[in-house]
Design a protein around this ligand. Structure first.
Ligand code: ARG
Length: 547
């Protein structure tokens, strides 16, 4: 019997079979109540027209559980308390230990999932908003991939638009060799161009003409534009490597890559009567939206929305995606609602393809205000990484940042508090790394002493049982993250596991115990270590074996 692939699911299925209802199992609140509790009898009592305790007794006599649990107990008004058999917990932990996927289920239907994330803008450094998108999107890519889905990462680089007119013009004015710039240098150039634009109407006109030249494919303009992209990418890629992010150049699908699709989209929408002319602009009025979606403005330019429509069309039509995920800050919620609505109207997004915008909140500074530099500009990501590294080794600092970003609800703002984030106690990334390193330490010691172990056979104490129970929940937790796109559920689970291992460590001596108990405890440590390492990996966090 394979039990590691979710014990609660297995128990729930037994209730479903006998009563046709989900027991909605909950963890017991106290060890003396067993391991799980269900209030199913209380919920059913009304419709059955019998006292809940009687319903509970009836349920208990009908649900076949004796291979998994001790005889169920009925408590209080009619709760059913379940205690998993120690032998089943031992078997589950052993199974997980021997499973090369560490108990991760494989999706029954593998989907093609596009994850749009990071997506910084050329000639600007990534800021804290891009940090969140990069970390969260990377976690989704890892989780979905681990469950056997086909993940297509898309970095929707901001490499097109009116700003390139002023950038190129400024470069020519200054006689600058772009290839000598780094990313901060490019950003400084951006600021000079912006100031110039505001100060001089003559420059502003040249910038507008330069946009036309860029769109028309003028050779010199395109060459400088390309150089700007290349130096920006060098900077972005360095950050991705530094942060252990999966993105590579193969995942790039910048805005400019949709240029040729834009007039096609406009014509398609117009011919089918979905888009109409309004004040010289081509727009779509989607139901439920106060403002229309602008496909082409009155100057003939295509904007952000049209590019995203083209992206949807390519992702569904060419890449055959079943699910589209966009990891972009909350302020763009309206944009994506509109893009999805228009895409549905146009048939670019069929009803069976799921499109989700995963918005996230802001990163706040220690003063509780939006995180920015002393000059009031967006806080560059690199600076933030440097700060965290002043408090901890690079991979620990990175764990601190990633975990802080993933462990609270995504929509919530969170405070960038380096001291708290890098602490090795409390609900932090470094604490989880530490828990993993401690497990490795125990196992290393056992290896050095030549002690062998290969199965969990004794799980008699509540501490051992708690660890084993948690291990059986790993797979369903990861599945839940894939479904809900809420990484904090995995963080919470791993923190619970680390805490359970810590109690196990304090209460149950390993190397000082003997014989079968010792071997079994070591095997349980190994299983815990595997789940911690795999789970951290899914968050994009390294699991060093010593700290
Ligand atoms: N470049 C945009 C920004 O920095 C984010 C792009 C998000 N992705 C998309 N498909 N629109 O705000």
């Amino acid at each position: 019997m394979a039990v590691v692939f979710s014990l609660p699911a297995l128990i729930s299925a037994r209730f479903e079979a006998a009563a046709g209802a989900d027991p909605e199992l909950r963890g017991a609140t106290k060890p003396q109540f067993g391991h799980y509790q269900t209030n199913l009898a209380l919920r059913m009592a009304k419709s059955v027209g019998k006292p809940p305790r009687e319903v509970a007794e009836d349920l208990v006599s009908r649900v076949q559980l004796d291979d998994l649990c001790e005889p169920p107990e009925i408590a209080g008004p009619g709760f059913i308390n379940l205690r998993v058999k120690a032998s089943v917990l031992a078997a589950a932990a052993t199974e997980l230990l021997r499973d090369e996927r560490t108990g991760l289920p494989r999706a029954e239907v593998a989907q093609t999932v596009v994850v749009d994330y990071s997506s910084p803008n050329v000639a600007k450094q990534m800021h804290v908003g891009h940090l969140r998108s990069t970390i969260i999107g990377d976690c989704f890519a890892r989780v979905l991939g681990a469950l056997g889905h086909r993940v297509i990462r898309q970095n929707h680089l901001g490499d097109w638009g009116r700003q390139f007119g002023m950038l190129v013009e400024q470069i020519l004015d200054e006689g600058l060799d772009v290839t000598t710039l780094d990313l901060p240098g490019a950003e400084a150039l951006y600021q000079r161009a912006n100031a110039h634009l505001k100060a001089s109407e003559e420059f502003a006109q040249r910038a507008r003409d330069r946009v036309v030249a860029l769109q028309g494919g003028d050779e010199q303009t395109r060459r400088i534009w390309r150089q700007l992209i290349d130096i920006s990418l060098a900077g972005f890629n360095a950050t991705y490597r530094r942060m252990g992010i999966l993105l590579t150049d193969a995942d790039l699908a910048g805005e400019s890559s949709y240029n040729e699709d834009l007039p096609v989209i406009a014509a398609d929408l117009e011919h089918r009567g979905l888009a109409v002319m309004d004040d010289g602009a081509l727009v779509v009025f989607a139901e439920g939206f106060e403002t229309p979606a602008i496909i082409r403005n009155s100057q003939g330019g295509y904007g952000y929305i049209c590019t995203d429509l083209a992206a949807v069309r390519r992702r569904v039509g060419v890449m055959r995606a079943n699910r589209l995920i966009y990891v972009v800050g909350v302020p763009q919620t309206f944009h994506f609602e509109q893009v999805f609505a228009v895409s549905r109207m146009a048939g670019y997004l069929p009803a069976d393809v799921l499109a989700e915008h995963v918005g996230f909140g802001q990163v706040l500074g220690p003063d509780g205000k939006k995180f920015s530099t002393r000059e009031g500009t967006a806080y560059p990501l690199e600076q933030l990484l440097n700060e965290a590294e002043e408090h901890a080794a690079p991979d620990v600092a990175l764990a601190a940042i990633k975990y802080a970003d993933l462990s609270s609800g995504l929509q919530k703002d969170y405070t960038f508090d380096v001291e708290r984030m890098t602490a090795t106690t409390g609900d932090t990334g470094p604490y989880l790394q530490y828990a993993h390193a401690r497990a490795c330490g125990i196992l290393r010691k056992a290896d050095a002493d030549g002690i062998s172990y290969d199965a969990v056979t004794v799980v008699d104490s509540p501490e051992e049982q708690n660890v084993a129970l948690l291990l059986t929940r790993f797979g369903e937790t990861v599945e839940l993250v894939a479904k809900t796109l809420q990484p904090h559920r995995l963080c919470g689970y791993l923190f619970e596991l680390a805490s359970a291992l810590s109690v196990f460590y304090e209460q149950c001596p390993v190397l000082k115990s003997e014989g079968e108990v010792r071997a079994s405890r070591l095997a349980l440590w190994r299983a815990g270590e595997r789940v911690l390492a795999t789970g951290l990996g899914l968050l994009g966090i390294s699991a060093p074996d010593r700290m």
